[in-house]
Design a protein around this ligand. Structure first.
Ligand code: B12
Length: 276
């Protein structure tokens, strides 16, 4: 295939007058758009001109490339993209919000639509877990001025990235997030509250993250009720929020909690005054 249609990596390198490895690296970190075919990487003339113009792809395009590297479970490229975003001045919280979360949602939808295999989905998740863990220390933790929030997914819900990412977002906003992770039994939420003691004025809220559907009558809904009850028994006054995509269409009365929301900004805004 000649340079008038698509370029190979070597042809692109010749065209640009750079080393083959430079082109390869920029393809891998998403700076230069390329498609992997049976013949190897192919670069369109448009992609090559966008690259030579120095045009930074728009956010949607950057997210798409990041998602593809996740699906390819290419940990090194995934991290390089994140590293470049950090280098370009993006905060870790905005990388979570704009790159990682939309990619996970899209991967789930593509898996649901049969476009990706379960293996693709699992491998992408493994790559996402690695990058979320690596990004953690880059979260600019504001001084803890707003108190602490206990975060966890209920018993039976194995989705750990939701609580991990929500916790990081809370940390970036002046809260001390205590992430209990996936599959947290009701008693564990209560134990953490009791361990902090009844006078812990610092405890602002408990956030229960539900990724599995909690339609009325399901086991997932019942376990949320049990969790809320256990938390209330340990602290009758603490604010309890239930959220996550498994709670779409649900309301607080169904769970006995104070709030049902998946909107992190709204949740934070509701708690933003310092503890009394
Ligand atoms: C990764 C993943 C897994 C991994 C989880 C691994 C891990 N370490 O976390 C594994 C492979 C274990 C898994 C298993 C299953 N999964 Co799954 N999984 C996903 C996937 C691809 C991504 C989930 C994720 O991490 N999202 C990213 C997080 C950050 O987003 P989030 O959860 O929406 O949370 C954000 C917000 O909602 C908000 N938020 C969340 N909670 C709260 C709470 C409050 C108070 C607030 C303010 C905000 C807030 O903050 C987060 C950050 O923005 C989704 C696809 C998707 N669309 O999400 C499917 C998905 C959730 N899984 C699904 C299913 C069906 C399953 C399985 C049943 C599959 C199976 N047949 O075995 C099992 C269930 C296991 C179990 N019992 O839990 C379905 C759920 C459908 C439903 N509504 O019931 C989805 C939607 C895929 C699909 N399209 O069908 N899964």
């Amino acid at each position: 295939m000649g340079p008038t249609s698509s370029f190979t990596l070597q042809e692109a390198a010749d065209e640009l007058g750079v080393h083959y490895m430079t082109v390869y690296r920029h393809v891998r970190n998403g700076r230069l758009d390329a498609t992997r075919t049976k013949r190897g990487w192919e670069i369109t003339p448009e992609a090559l001109s966008a690259y030579t113009d120095g045009a930074m792809p728009d956010p949607a395009e950057r997210q798409r490339r990041f998602e593809e590297r996740l699906v390819a479970h290419d940990d090194a490229a995934v991290w390089r993209i994140v590293h470049d975003e950090l280098g370009a001045g993006k905060s870790a919280a905005s990388i979570l919000r704009d790159l990682i979360v939309p990619s996970l949602h899209s991967i789930g939808a593509r898996w649901g639509a049969g476009e990706l295999s379960v293996l693709d989905e699992h491998q992408a998740t493994a790559a996402a877990s690695v990058v979320v863990a690596r990004l953690g220390p880059f979260i600019r933790r504001a001084p803890v001025t707003h108190g602490s929030i206990i975060v966890g997914a209920p018993s039976g819900d194995m989705h750990a990235l939701g609580p991990a990412i929500l916790s990081d977002m809370l940390r970036a906003n002046g809260f001390d997030a205590i992430d209990l992770g996936a599959n947290t039994p009701p008693v564990s939420f209560a134990d953490v509250i009791r361990a902090a003691g009844p006078d812990d004025v610092d405890l602002r809220a408990v956030a229960i993250t539900a990724r599995i559907s909690t339609e009325p009558g399901t086991a997932a809904a019942a376990i949320i009720n049990d969790t809320v009850e256990a938390i209330r028994a340990a602290d009758p006054h603490v604010h309890i929020a239930v959220g996550g995509a498994g709670t779409t269409g649900r309301n607080p009365a169904e769970f006995g909690c104070d709030e049902v929301t998946s909107d992190i900004d709204a949740f934070i805004a509701g708690l933003s005054s310092p503890p009394a």
